[in-house]
Each structure stands twice: as C-alpha cells, then as structure tokens.
Design a protein around this ligand. Sequence first.
Ligand code: ASP
Length: 605
Amino acid sequence: MLKSHSCGELNKDYVGRRVTLAGWVNRRRDHGGLIFIDLRDKEGIVQVVFNPEKSGECHRKAEGLRSEYVVRVGGEVAPRPQGTENPKMATGYVEVIADEILVLNPSKTPPFYINEEVAVDEGLRLKYRYLDLRRPRMRDNLILRHRIVKYIRDFLDEKGFIEVETPILIKSTPEGARDYLVPSRLYPGRFYALPQSPQQLKQLLMVAGMEKYYQIARCFRDEDSRADRQPEFTQFDLEMSFVTEEDILNLLEDLFIGLAEAVKPEMRFNKPIPRLTFAEAMERYGTDKPDLRFGLEIADLSDIVAESGFAVFNSAVARGDRVKGICAPGCGGYNKKQLEELNQLARSLGAAGVVPVTLGTRSGNLNDLTMKMVRSVAAKYLELEQVVEMARRLGASGGDLLLLMAGEREKITPVLGELRREMGRRLRLASPDELAFCFIVDFPLFEWDEEAGQWQTMHHPFTAPRDEDIPLLDSAPGKVRGRHYDMVLNGCEIAGGSIRIHQSRLQRKAFRLLGYSDEEVTERFGHLLEAFEYGAPPHGGVAAGIDRVVMILAGEETIREVIAFPKNQNAVDMLFDAPAPVSQEQLNELHLCLEDLDRGDNEGN
Ligand code: ASP
C-alpha cells in the first residue's frame, strides 16, 4: 500500500513511530514559520506539521498544498505541544512531523466546502456527489448503511435464510406503481419491465421448496417523487413457507430490536413492539403510520357535545357524523393568526374547518376552570362540564388548546391525524433519540376506489384473506380482512408484508374482484397460477425499505442522504445527467420511433 497507517487511527500509542499516510488535504494553515495541514482519509483526520527548521524542502513543497490535493506524507508521530491538544478530535493529542511529502494529484478548488458542515444547494451536491461523499457526515451515513445491511444478512443467515438473486429484466409485477419498461432489441415491439418488487419471484421460490429466502433487492417504481421515494430503491425482501403472521412479526421484532441495539445502542426503543389494528390506528391517530413518540391521541367527543347548543356539533351528531378532537398542550395562548393557520391547514386537507377551544392559561388545574377562561366560537353554547369533560378525555389541562372537528368519521379523522403530526412537529414532541416501532395488523383486504368504481387492494393482489372471511368475497368484499401487516417506525412505514394466497382458484378470484379479465390474468400471471397447481406450500413474507430504515437511524430527513448516488426530487440523476437522449442508431436497433416531441414548440415557426 502507499500508506502504512490511516490518519484516523493515530493516537498517543503511536508517539515516536514513523508513519506514511495518504489522503486529502482537508485544510492548510500557514502560521508564519510552521505550516499545518489536516490530512483526511476514510478513517479520520490527523494534523501534519511542516517545520522549515526540520525539513526545508518539505516545508517549501507544503506551501503549494491546497484543499483536496491528494498527498502522501512521511514523518514521525509526536505528542502535540502542551496547550495545543484538541480533545474534540480522536487524534487530537498527536501530530505528525513531516519529513517527506509527495503530491499524488492536485485538485481544482471544489465547488463547495468539503471541510465544513455548511448548507449547500442539493443540486450542486448531487452533481458533484463524489465530493459530497467526502464529507464525514455522508461517509458516516454510508458506513451506517453498510452495518445495517450486514446486520440483516448475518441475522437471517443465522436463522437459516439463503439469499437468492432474482432478475431485473422481467415482466410487470404490480405493487401499485407504473412500470419502468425496457425495449427488447431481439424481439421488436416487446418489452421487459423492471420489477416493482421481487414479489412473484419470491413466491415461486417458495413453490421451489426454498422455505426461507431473502434478498437485498433493488426495486423500481415509476411514481411521482416524494421526500422518501426514489425511482429505484432497496428493500430487504424475505419469504418463508409454513408460517403464520405471528412467525413473521416475531422475526421482524427480533431483527429490528437487535439491529437498533447493535447500531444505535444510545437510542431508546420500545420492546415488545406494540401492535395496533388498522381500525384502531385510524381511530386514534388518523393514519396507519402513527408516530408513537408522542401522545396527542384523537378522541371521539360526540357523546359529550351531542346535546350542546352549538349547531355545528349537535347537527353533526344528529346526522350520524362525529365530533372528534385533539389537544395541543401549552397552546392555550395561540393568537388569532396562529389559530387561523391551523384552520387553513385543516381546510387544505379537505375538512370544513377546525373549532379551536383555548383553555385559560392562569391555572393548570381543570377544577379551577371557569367559562370566562374558555375562548371559542362555541363557548357560549357549551356548559362548563362539557368543556371539562372534553378536556379530560383529550388529556388536556389549563393552558392547552383543544382542536375540534365535526363531520364524517372517515373524513375528519385523517385530518386530525395531520393536525396531530403538525402539532407534534411544532412542539418538538418527537424525540430524535427515540425509536418508536409498531406493527399495524388486520387491514381490510380491499378498499373501494370511487374514481375507478371498483375494488382496489390495500396491499397487493397476492395477499390472502382471512380463512373465515373467504365466504365474504362474494357477498361483501369490503368486509374481508386481509392477512397483511405493516411495520411503522417514528411515523414512517418501514415494512409491509402478508400471508399469501397459495391456491390458484382463490388467486383467480382475487384478480377477478380487482377487475382483471380472465385473459389478462392468464397472460400476466399464468405462470404463477400454474405454479400454484404443483404443490405450492402455504407461505408469507415481508419487505422493508432499507433506505428509510437507514434514514431514520441516521437521523436524516430524506433518503437521498443515505443513498450513494440518488436521483433528485424530479427523478433526474444530476451526476450523469440521466435520463438523456440516445442516438438514432440505438433507437433503430430497438425498433423505436420517437414522436416529434418539439412539435408543439415549433408550431409557430
Ligand atoms: N412485495 C411487497 C412490497 O414490495 C412486500 C411483501 O409483500 O413482501 O411492498
């Protein structure tokens, strides 16, 4: 190797040793006589000193060094002079007294500071990703990602799983997104689709008798980008034969708790992992991805206000709708503008509006509350007991704000869920040091899609219905419960899976309910249905989003921070500038003919 040690490993134990280091100039400081450089490599940073009295030539060369030059340095490790130690640096008690320096490659001035944590335009960071990744935070994210994947591999290996690779060029596998298509050169007019997930392949591996499969798998979904979405992303995907929901949930619990203990021992997490039914999660948190790091649960207040004089409330209850609310602790002093902001948020989410009730700030004790201390448009129609009872149910005390809403349960609860999230964010209720896992179970198998006028699957078409609900497939599909489970971490869905259908007839029936014609089913899924006829074992599995898990464990806001070369929010690779046009020759080979894309613009010419 061109180096004997790495920068980051040097400490007092090395004093007096000769070392050869290689890395990047993180920073150069010229202190009159002495020149200092902070030399950086993957393991860390160490201070190197060039002293003209010790090595004149070396010192002269060091004058020409600039940030990001790649150099090789030879010298002796020495303790830093007293008073110049830096306890904040791992190598802060030593420095290397250089007597050799070789510039391996100079560097242009980088387009942004690599040696400082300053905000840099993301487009620039992505265009120069190889420089961005030199920054310690990004390096640490990639190392964390490696550790997490290694932990998963080791854990599953120990449990008898084997990793099997599945193809990337395949046929459409529905997961609810658009496919990425790859035209075939050999078969004009035919296309491969990139897998939205290895779903059908892992099921076929179960038919193949593999029993315990996993894969760190790349998935491709052509959908509008969001903060935690990318056109391609990585799942850890697994499937097992002869299992029930319980087996998979227990496996996930052991895996994730073990993972948190291994890579983030300083964080707090809940064990055992709580389970909520879909209905419960929706009712209490207005979402199937609740952030359980804080309370502010939604409560139904309909019974309390049913007889109130406030028309908005009692007419809602009379119609069979609900009045529900949450408490915003300590927000009793919110002014008109702040309250209007929350009202606008609720309206933008489709609710008619919020009825705020502020509880006087003078006393924290509900027993001391009088109607004079209650501010609300509804105040003059409410009795003190009603306000106190609502406050009690919402866990509120004096000085708090109640946010109430009246309307159809399915409409207002998700909006209250969003308000809960918003208040959690504003009040910083979610601790960054906490990992709140939960499982969501008992999903309905289907949901009605108003627009399409037909049933849609809540998960994917391969999820099995509960055995006892199978008769309902004919009479009341909306009532059928699916054997589907999700795993949520800090308000983010990190995994989803199910026990699968393993019988052809039932699978056909599910497809039919989802609006597929028999011909379509045979054409798209014939291989799977046929496989099920050769002794398919009962099976189930799950997939977890690696990018999201790493993002949360790294404390990052977007998955782009934990992917080496991500696309930007508009699905563009800024480094390679992809997608990009291709030559006419390539199009010809693929038998593709492009529409005149500029036609619209050229019309006037
Ligand atoms: N294929 C599913 C997904 O990608 C996961 C599973 O059901 O195992 O979400």
